[in-house]
Write a protein that binds this ligand. Structure first.
Ligand code: AMP
Length: 175
């Protein structure tokens, strides 16, 4: 299997995208290489394979690429968390701070039961604002959050500090 180093090597750093001052990490070269794609999914799910995960919750939009693959590997269902106004039925809804202004994410009320064991996934953990909002959504459902799995963590942004300490926080690559 491809190494974590091989995955790390193809992540591209793009300065001043999408705005000046933001250093964007482009993970798409991992997706277009079958061996790296397969290895990434294996590394993402590894710490959770014996944890009886029943739902993988992933965040719009880049969490939707690998989230369902992780769910299939773990034998779990997939639940999308979407930006405000996109889900057609009754939702849990949480407001969160973005770099400029604020946003809101939502999850269908009946997509998770209190008996579920949940793994939350996104591609990148940066400031942690988005993941913390997703954590709050799942907490409202009464389900148990087992942990988080990210492809890339940007430790300089200290996103971990926004998440509750009793959850396992796993990142395949540190950037
Ligand atoms: P966060 O600051 O942790 O709330 O990140 C918000 C979302 O934006 C995450 O879902 C990431 O996918 C994405 N994101 C944030 N910062 C970056 C970055 N530097 N490069 C690529 N994606 C990012």
């Amino acid at each position: 299997m491809e190494s974590v180093d091989a995955i790390k090597k193809v992540i591209r750093t793009i300065p001043d995208f999408p705005k000046r001052g933001i250093t964007f990490k482009d993970i798409t070269p991992i997706l277009s290489d079958l061996a790296l794609l397969k290895a990434s999914v294996q590394y993402l799910k590894k710490p959770f394979e014996d944890q009886n995960i029943t739902k993988v919750v992933a965040i719009e939009s880049r969490g939707f690429v690998l989230g369902p693959m992780i769910a299939l590997e773990l034998g779990a269902g997939f639940v999308p968390v979407r930006k405000e106004g996109k889900l057609p039925r009754e939702t849990y809804s949480v407001a969160y701070d973005l770099e400029y202004g604020s946003g809101r994410i939502e999850m269908h009320l009946d997509s998770i039961l209190p008996s579920d064991r949940v793994l939350i996934h996104d591609d990148v953990l940066a400031t942690g604002g988005t993941a913390a909002a997703a954590e709050e959504l799942v907490e409202r459902s009464g389900a148990e959050i087992v942990g988080f799995t990210f492809l890339l963590e940007l430790p300089a942004m200290n996103g971990r500090s926004k998440l509750h300490h009793d959850h396992t926080i796993h990142a395949v690559v540190q950037g």
